[in-house]
Design a protein around this ligand. Structure first.
Ligand code: PMP
Length: 276
């Protein structure tokens, strides 16, 4: 599976399966690390600047000093040497390899960087999803590798043949396990407003820009989970899924309209933005 995957660790380029990491990496011990997934299609990156900005934000929130120029150069190098037109680059920065395991980190450790390029053909298929409680921590706006809440809930859903989840915190909709959520209610496109409870998705932002440019009916707010009982359609957004319609919510006994006009317009608008 990891054969021939091109990667970079601490500035050295190598095949993914030949990289060795220290067990004292704070990514390994504490998930003390941040990451980005930067997609590329038809040989060009989609919104790479926005991904770099979010990585800088995540690093600032965790107070990890990063060298963004070196990171950009490594990502460019992986991309230019890949012969691959469609896929994504996963890039992670941890606080570093510490001297010993301790919650309090050594202030002079160097950050630890790791990335790899994965080929991927972007095809969005209708998703089957489950509604569940959002059991994550209070800073989901930071893109950290601490994803245990998502992992637990997504695997419970996968046991029920679901591809994704819709999470809610105190009955307020937050987001998917690995994507942001949109839905159409009373002919208005709705999405949860940004807060420390959700990741500010790049795909979400691209789509909202397009929706506002077209002056489509749109509301960004707090929404009670019960509103989904009256939604005409639901979709997720993420860098690897694009705009992905939901065909079934297993805990809601209702049919979703895969041909909804507003959702179709959003799919077209998003595809136009990323192919131009
Ligand atoms: N929310 C979560 C929890 C995610 O993991 C992701 C994808 N990484 C997103 C939203 C979507 O973000 P983006 O559009 O930047 O890929």
């Amino acid at each position: 599976m990891t054969k021939n995957i091109k990667a970079v660790y601490q500035g050295s380029f190598n095949d993914l399966d030949s990289i060795k990491i220290s067990p004292l990496s704070r990514a390994f011990l504490f998930s003390d690390s941040i990451y980005e997934v930067i997609p590329f299609q038809n040989n060009s990156f989609i919104c790479s600047e926005e991904h770099f900005e979010r990585l800088i934000y995540s690093a600032s929130q965790l107070r990890i000093p990063i060298n963004i120029k070196e990171i950009r150069d490594e990502i460019d190098h992986l991309f230019k040497n890949s012969n691959c037109s469609n896929g994504y680059i996963y890039y992670q920065v941890s606080r570093g390899v510490d001297k010993i395991r301790s919650h309090i980190y050594n202030s002079d450790i160097q950050c630890e960087t790791f990335g790899y390029l994965m080929p991927l053909e972007f095809v969005s298929k209708p998703l089957k999803v489950a509604v569940c409680e959002d059991i994550r921590w209070g800073r989901c706006d930071i893109k950290t590798t601490s994803l245990l809440g998502n992992v637990l809930q997504m695997n419970t859903a996968a046991d029920q043949n679901c591809d994704e989840i819709i999470m809610h915190h105190n009955n307020i909709i937050t987001e998917g396990g690995a994507s942001n959520i949109f839905f159409v209610h009373e002919n208005t496109i709705c999405t949860p407003k940004l807060s420390n409870k959700i990741l500010p998705g790049i795909t979400r932002a691209i789509l909202i820009d397009a929706i506002k440019d077209q002056r489509l009916p749109f509301q960004e707010s707090d929404f009670n989970i019960n509103i989904l009982k009256d939604a005409s359609c639901i979709w997720f957004t993420s860098s690897t899924k694009g705009v992905a319609p939901v065909e079934e919510v297993i805990n809601l006994d209702k049919k979703l309209d895969l041909e909804n006009d507003l959702m179709k317009q959003c799919q077209i608008l998003y595809n136009q933005r990323v192919t131009n």
